[in-house]
Design a protein around this ligand. Structure first.
Ligand SMILES: NC(=O)c1ccc[n+]([C@@H]2O[C@H](COP(=O)([O-])OP(=O)(O)OC[C@H]3O[C@@H](n4cnc5c(N)ncnc54)[C@H](OP(=O)(O)O)[C@@H]3O)[C@@H](O)[C@H]2O)c1
Length: 298
């Protein structure tokens, strides 16, 4: 639908360009080209690597202009890699800070176009014994990113989408949202928040024209495990999904307006099913076996 709209509105621009050419003036023709209709706009937080990078690719391949947001130097490299596929703007922000969320929103507003789609995807994990090992600062920073920035950004972007009666929002939660996760206790709880929050939003917005899709990946081959310092765990060393497959599942679900999607492999789907149906105590024991530091060699 978006493509045909773009094509239809491109025609007058071509006509105008032809008119200028007959006047043998190069400058006005350039001006007219600059006025050509712009593509729909999408934003991907955490678009510099892993699932977010693959989501950004999919938006570009589907004729969107894309803003990617992340906090580290890898963002510029991601922008370079994506640039051959289309228009990509990189916004360097720490979304764990309120100022970072506001800065990203300012960049979205500054673009001038209505926001057609956003993947609120940036997230990190921590791993270890909550009482004896983990630093509270890291736990709180993770909550600030995975929970607080998700709520804040959703609040900022959804208002104008609802006014417009149009918009697609993809939230990256996790199958971790379905069960307690010893040695990743806070992380699992952040994802339970995201799944609950998005299920509720979807109901509130059901007649608004704005769709809310929850992406629930299983273990996926990204920087996530290294960043969480959990490479010695069974889950980190086990089989993992390809982030391109996970992103594709999420992208397709978002475009179809599907409520939620577990991605991608049968292993991830079976893990999600087990987490859903097992008593919490049993699911917690299974989670502990996968995520306990050193579990890869125990
Ligand atoms: N990998 C898995 O097994 C798995 C499973 C289920 C759910 N998930 C979820 O999938 C999402 C994407 O993670 P991933 O697996 O693709 O991991 P990833 O490759 O580490 O990507 C994380 C992305 O988030 C960005 N990010 C991290 N902290 C940020 C901050 N403070 N401000 C702005 N951006 C920040 C990173 O950018 P910088 O490098 O610049 O910080 C990066 O672009 C997360 O929400 C994660 O919880 C992952």
């Amino acid at each position: 639908m978006k493509k045909s709209t773009a094509k239809a509105s491109r025609k007058p621009a071509k006509k105008a360009a032809a008119k200028k050419v007959t006047k043998k003036s190069a400058k006005p023709a350039k001006k007219t080209a600059a006025k050509a209709p712009r593509k729909p706009l999408a934003v991907v937080t955490g678009g510099s690597s892993g699932i977010g990078f693959e989501l950004a690719k999919l938006f570009l391949l589907n004729d969107y202009d894309v803003i990617i947001a992340a906090e580290n130097a890898g963002l510029a490299n991601a922008q370079k890699r994506l640039a051959p596929m289309g228009n990509v703007k990189a916004v360097k922000v720490d979304l764990a800070k309120e100022s970072g969320v506001k800065k990203l929103y300012a960049a979205i507003k500054a673009d001038g176009r209505p926001l057609d789609a956003i993947a609120i995807n940036a997230g990190v994990g921590t791993n270890g014994d909550f009482v004896r090992d983990l630093k509270i600062k890291n736990e709180i920073d993770m909550i600030s990113l995975n929970v607080v920035s998700t709520v804040h950004l959703a609040k900022l972007v959804l208002g104008s989408m609802v006014k417009r009666g149009k918009g697609r929002v993809l939230f990256t939660s996790s199958i971790a949202s379905l069960a307690p996760g010893p040695y990743m206790a806070t992380y699992y709880a952040t994802k339970a928040f995201v799944s609950s929050f998005t299920d509720a939003l979807r109901n509130e917005l059901k007649d608004s024209g704005v769709t809310i899709t929850t992406l629930m990946p299983g273990a996926t081959e990204t920087n996530f495990f290294r960043r969480a310092g959990m490479e010695d765990t069974a889950v980190a060393q086990g089989s993992k999904d390809d982030p391109a497959d996970v992103a594709k599942d999420g992208f397709d679900a978002m475009m179809a307006g599907t409520d939620k999607i577990v991605a991608h492999s049968m292993t991830s789907k079976l893990n999600a099913l087990a987490e859903r149906i097992l008593p919490a105590g049993l699911a917690a024991s299974m989670g502990a076996a996968e995520s306990k530091p050193g579990s890869a060699t125990q």
